[in-house]
Design a protein around this ligand. Structure first.
Ligand code: OAD
Length: 229
């Protein structure tokens, strides 16, 4: 089976009702990123940070995968599909994708502030000030904040290098190291880019731009890939 690697971003979940970050009325237009998504913000006002992610988590529990997520999961019938996602939701998993690598953490998980190897599934949507890990320290969202290392980037690079087909869905490719993964795609490997907005890199013969939202774009992708199974 050919290895099909997907890099997804916030646009993947937009049609499920989750706001993107940089579009008009996106999350970063309405929140100060350094206050809610950085170690400095956490140090200054952990209550604000906890509340920000509690609201995101609460919303996630009311959200369902869209046809784009489902379409990518169904591609597992024909390809060895690996999803690398910048999203912290679990909509790829809910749709049935079996190999999902989260670059920026997972909303439904929390971790210790003294030992980052202590990661827990949170029951329900609320993480509160005073909720502690087994070592007695405050728990924090299991999210990669700005200025923090991205431990999953190494396996993501490996997957990208092994890809026979590379698909990018719903990311502005503004945030590194995730955006840099494109540089690791092997020469000649076809790249499909699904996004309703214009891509920010120059066209080349191996890049096919599908200017669509994730739901309709994934459908088109599946039709294009059928001959390659
Ligand atoms: P952005 O908000 O930067 O980009 C969203 C992309 O999705 C844009 O290119 C939109 O054109 C596109 N888009 C909008 N609606 C869409 C739809 N229905 N279908 C497909 N695409 C659509 O989000 P990301 O690139 O994911 O990190 O942002 C990367 C990282 O920046 C996030 O993981 C987050 C953020 O700060 C952290 O919080 C650590």
């Amino acid at each position: 089976m050919k290895k099909l690697v997907v890099l997804s971003g916030a646009g993947m979940s937009a049609e499920s009702g989750i706001k993107t970050f940089r579009d008009h009325d996106g999350l970063w237009e309405n929140h100060d990123v350094t206050q809610v998504a950085s170690p400095e913000g956490w140090a200054a006002d952990p209550h604000l940070v906890l509340e920000f992610y509690n609201q995101r988590r609460k919303q996630l529990y009311e959200t369902r995968p869209n046809e784009g997520h489902v379409g990518l999961a169904e591609l597992e019938n024909f390809f060895d599909v690996h999803v690398i996602t910048q999203n912290i939701d679990d909509l790829h998993e809910q749709a049935g994708s079996s190999k999902v690598l989260h670059l920026h953490g997972e909303l439904k998980k929390v971790r210790s502030t003294v030992d980052e190897s202590l990661v827990y599934e949170l029951e329900g949507w609320q993480l509160n000030w005073g909720d502690k890990c087994e070592k007695g320290s405050q728990l924090r969202p299991h999210i990669v904040w700005f200025g923090e290392a991205v431990p999953a980037i190494e396996p993501a690079i490996e997957l990208t290098q092994q890809a026979d087909i590379f698909v990018v869905v719903g990311t502005s490719l503004n945030v590194y190291p995730a955006a840099g993964l494109l540089n690791y795609v092997s020469r000649g490997v076809p790249i499909y880019l699904i996004d309703p907005a214009q891509p920010m890199f120059t066209p080349s013969s191996n890049i096919t731009f599908i200017q669509e939202k994730a739901t309709t774009g994934v459908k088109k992708l599946i039709n294009m890939l059928k001959p390659q199974q």
